[in-house]
Ligand binder design. Structure first.
Ligand code: PEP
Ligand code: MN
Length: 631
């Protein structure tokens, strides 16, 4: 049963309630939500709900209808999110687990780990104890394999995951492994589930070869009841009558699981299909379908692999797959998890701080698209957003050290550049660009709880949002469109008016934030609506070996051929120009400066020479930033 506690409950009342329930044979879990605290009580006891409801400090009691109790959404409405080393699982980051089917040698796992790290995988997998169908097949290196996996994980800074097959090995896995995998063949090995659950470590629980979703969730319940809440459910294909594929990958399990449970869902398309040529499309399908992560087998020489060679991707294929996932991620409102972004390595510099979290400034009210971009770029666990009134305030916050970073929109795929931010960056020579990120912009029409589309007379929003939703707004007929300084702020504004004839346009999340209702979702004219944001930081740009893009601004003398001469320097150094835009120079009418983005990937050693030569051909030059680009 789920026991909702009153806000006024005292510690004494709560402890006495817990003791009472435990005495009656219940296992108890406590969840602190934003609104309320609940206790989950599960067990063989047969208490009457009224008996619990009558106790002091109890607000409501309701039964959990499903046989899996702690694993159900009824018990816990919010998604389960947990950390494995530097990686957060279950949030809006897509996790890539990759590695060979089996660890074959120290050299093999090191070779593969290095390649995977370069392509952006965040967790290293590899079997040391292989549950093979034939007793004559390679059974894995055992403990030796665990040692090599651990060493490779440590060498490349990747958490490691591997499969356990026997309760005898629990202590070994505790020593070497970050995520314990329970394989399909052992999903209902209840003794193993109990032993692994009692470790309290993160577990990846594969779906049994012919398990129903309910049986699978009951297996997860075993793990929770034994002591771990950190469980990933992994769909890996089920046995059907089809023989063209190794298994039938049940991607429809993803939305079903998301409805039934709060646990994160991964998909393993390698075992799900058994064929290398099916793995890439099915991985993308899993990401599109809402999977929190994917598990993919990769081998540097699949022809010589000791197991599962035909389904193992070549490293180049995996690299391409990661790039494709990167493109897909913003479409499904997610970001690809990364082991290191430039952000995590930079020391804190500011003194004023409200908490241990690093402050990142953005323009607008809470819920603004800039804040969405901020949390796609910066991990919520370590960074906190700092709302600022104007773009200039973002720069000032970064310059003064009140915020470590700022995030600013610079370009929209439909509306073009945000000129004011380009102009501001010129005015702040001690601030530079350290990263960029693009997010998909989806607008919703938002009104009060008692509103509906036919009641709307006035629509407020940022002019960009109004114009990007013009086609939908025309269908509303005679409504007044009122420009407002920012999107989320317009929702806040109408929320205070309490008038069902007012609406605002903003992201869906703004409705939740200001307790308003989404009247219509996705009203933007064009679904391919992306905004590019840059991250700014105090200090001067550094050209690191792995930076791929540079942004610069230059001005040329007012004479024939001056621009051509400057552009020739780009050509000489073979730097591909990704963007070139001219802007008026403030205070000098009819004179212009040029903003350029260039691709410097693999050529970072020549950037200094390039800048010197360009300086000789220009009247003014400033490097605005060097960073790792995604575009
Ligand atoms: C594996 O991941 O290597 C494996 C054996 O998977 P499954 O249990 O899904 O067959
Ligand atoms: Mn395998």
């Amino acid at each position: 049963m789920v026991i909702v506690l009153k806000k006024s409950i005292t510690d004494v009342e709560k402890n006495s309630l817990i003791t009472f329930l435990k005495d009656k044979g219940y296992k108890i879990k406590e969840i602190h939500g934003q609104e309320e605290t609940v206790l989950g009580a599960v067990g063989l006891g047969s208490l009457d709900k009224v008996e619990v409801e009558m106790r002091p400090g109890v607000s409501k009691v309701f039964p959990i209808s499903k046989p899996y109790k702690f694993a159900s959404r009824e018990f816990k409405a919010q998604d389960t999110v947990f950390d494995v080393g530097p990686i957060t699982i279950g949030g809006d980051r897509i996790i890539s687990v990759a590695g060979p089917c089996a660890i074959e040698s120290r050299e093999q796992i090191f070779t593969i780990a290095e390649l995977l790290k370069k392509s952006g995988a965040v967790i290293l997998r590899g079997g040391a104890f292989k549950p093979r169908t034939s007793p004559y097949s390679f059974q894995g290196l055992g403990e030796e394999g665990l040692v090599y996996l651990r060493e490779a994980g440590d060498a490349f800074g990747m958490p490691v995951m591997t499969e356990i097959v026997s309760t005898n090995d629990v202590a070994l896995f505790d020593k070497y492994v970050d995520i314990v995998q329970i394989g399909a063949r052992n999903m209902q090995n209840f003794e193993l589930l109990k032993a692994v659950g009692s470790l309290g470590k993160p577990v990846l629980l594969k779906r049994g070869i012919s398990a129903t979703i309910q049986e699978w969730l009951m297996a997860a319940e075993y793990l929770i009841a034994s002591g771990t809440d950190k469980i990933i459910l992994c769909e890996r294909g089920i046995r059907t009558y089809e023989t063209e594929t190794r298994n039938t990958l049940d991607l429809s399990a993803i939305p079903v699981l998301k409805r039934l449970t709060h646990l994160p869902v991964f998909v393993d398309p390698s075992h799900g299909t058994g064929r290398r040529d099916s793995v890439m499309p099915m991985t993308l399908a899993a990401v599109s379908g809402g999977a929190h992560g994917v598990v993919v087998e990769v081998h540097h020489e699949p022809e010589n692999a000791m197991s599962d060679g035909p389904q193992s991707l070549y490293p180049e294929q995996f690299e391409k797959l990661m790039r494709d996932i990167e493109v897909l991620a913003p479409v499904v409102r997610k970001e690809v998890a990364r082991l290191s972004t430039s952000f995590t390595e930079i020391p804190k510099v500011s003194a004023e701080r409200t908490s241990d979290l690093v402050q990142v400034a953005f323009q607008g009210e809470s819920g603004a698209y800039s804040e969405v971009a901020l949390y796609r770029t910066f991990d919520k666990a370590k960074y906190v957003s700092m709302p600022c009134k104007g773009f200039k305030d973002v720069f000032d916050a970064v310059l003064s050290g009140t915020a470590e970073y700022g995030i600013l929109p610079v370009e929209n795929s439909l509306a073009g550049s945000v000129h004011s931010n380009y102009d501001l960056i010129i005015q702040y020579p001690d601030v530079h660009i350290t990263a960029e990120n693009s997010i998909r912009i989806e607008h919703s029409l938002i009104g009060s709880q008692d509103s509906s589309i036919d009641k709307i007379k006035k629509v407020y929003s940022h002019p960009q949002a109004l114009s990007q939703s013009s086609k939908f707004l025309e269908t509303l007929g005679d409504v007044e469109l009122i420009p407002y300084s920012d999107t989320s702020g317009s929702v806040k504004f109408i929320s205070q008016k309490n008038d069902p004839s007012l609406a605002a346009i903003a992201g869906e999340h703004s409705a939740v934030l200001w307790n308003m209702k989404v009247l219509k979702i996705n009203i933007e004219n064009n679904p391919r609506n992306y905004t590019r944001f840059v991250v700014i930081q105090r200090g001067v740009p550094k050209v690191e070996a792995d930076t791929t893009k540079a942004s610069l601004v230059f001005a040329v003398d007012d004479q024939p051929g001056a621009l051509l001469e400057a552009l020739n320097v780009f050509k000489q150094y073979d730097f591909n120009m990704k963007k070139l835009e001219s802007r008026p120079i403030a205070g000098s009418p009819w004179q212009y400066m040029f903003y350029a983005d260039i691709d410097i990937a693999g050529k970072t050693t020549t950037v200094d020479g390039f800048l010197q030569d360009l300086a000789n051909k220009t009247a003014d030059l400033r490097l605005l930033g060097c960073y790792k680009s995604k575009n």
